[in-house]
Design a protein around this ligand. Sequence first.
Ligand code: SF4
Length: 506
Amino acid sequence: MALIKQDDLIQSVADALQYISYYHPVDFIQAVHEAYLREESPAARDAMAQILINSRMCATGHRPICQDTGIVTVFVKVGMNVRWDGATMGLDDMINEGVRRAYNLPENVLRASILADPAGKRTNTRDNTPAVIHYQMVPGDTVEFDVAAKGGGSENKSKMVMLNPSDSIVDWVIKTVPTMGAGWCPPGMLGIGIGGTAEKAAVLAKQSLMDSIDIHELRARGPQNRVEELRLEIMDKVNALGIGAQGLGGLTTVLDVKIMDYPTHAASLPVCMIPNCAATRHAHFVLDGSGPAVLAPPPLDAYPDITWEVGTGVRRVNLDTLKPEDVLEWKTGETVLLSGKMLTGRDAAHKRMVEMLNNGEQLPVDLKGRFIYYVGPVDPVRDEVVGPAGPTTATRMDKFTRQILDQTGLLGMIGKSERGPIAIEAIKDYKAVYLMAVGGAAYLVAQAIKKAEVLAFPEMGMEAIYEFEVKDMPVTVAVDTKGESVHITGPAIWQKKIADSLAVEI
Ligand code: SF4
């Protein structure tokens, strides 16, 4: 009979969360590298190069892969013969203490993103607690953990449906994935739960993402049941959509499709689909009473040695001297290296600014002619100017865009993923521009930030308005002043190319 010590459990959870903040699973690195080598779309290949370089830098620098260090999700299998040695806390409290310890570790502070009272005051709990915990009681005398930190951008794209039993699951997935846009930071995985009840399908979808990428093995040996057939069919059909890395258009959108199923009611076919992003983070360990779990770091040779080359056609821009007429010639898909000063602001800052404008109040910062970067950085450690600071999903700022452009004279925005029709129309009307940085390459992006200063709303923490001074920050023109969007043109081009090449093969 195993005696599990409370502090062993707390420390193991904390160590696992620190580990996954800077180490991708090796299977994920390999799958992205293979996709990178296969990729024919220059923009998507470039995005994957940044993700791989970022991954290696995080592994050596022990800093987070992404500025969104996630909501902690834990699957625990508790052996029914386990005894607890002097425990004073319940298991939930022990796990949350592990989360607290991990997110506040001074050497690698992680971003606290969890808000209590979600429908009301939305107050940051400051230590990223509580985790979302799922338990299972199983025979045996060990406690088994799957620990994940799930980014909000990918979690927000989860989809759920109650199909008719005669409906096609594949058709629903292929119809639904394009509606998810690029805010889930592909390439990644799709976790699909089929059956049970509505809530069971959702838990299965999440649980399926705790597994390693192994679809290449399945493809090599051939499917042996309906679920395995579905995995391959969905993977091939999703990739044929041409969405590509970061939604820029390309050959690889998903690296694997995971499915878990459960018996269901004769009248029902519940299906839930949850994507996992470029910051795929999960670890697995077992406590057997012999002490805290030890997770071995991935070997450094697991990381491909890739360098990111700036092409000759790259546009170098000084934000401090940029004029509105200069951006008129920028074209979608173009790589731009930004230097100079930019402002930051995301959901809470935009909401506050729009409220102030509606009340006739003066904003605390002048946005005229400036660029705003949608970001919520990690706090700095050691000699850092700022912690990892990748872009957040721009689509959430769409509803504010027209008013901000109209009433402030803002010239440009930087974020990740596509803009919706209302934002694109506003960008076109005001001859502004939207640039995208690579989601999931946050530590790499942060190297371009040379100075950071909070200018307004300091009480909002990571959502405050900062001024960043950057040097050669790489971005892509995603919506130009004419309203052309790379997230519309890129996938359309690559979907056609893939269809044409499949037709030739037939
Ligand atoms: S990679 Fe994208 S979706 Fe994933 S945590 Fe980072 S910003 Fe969020």
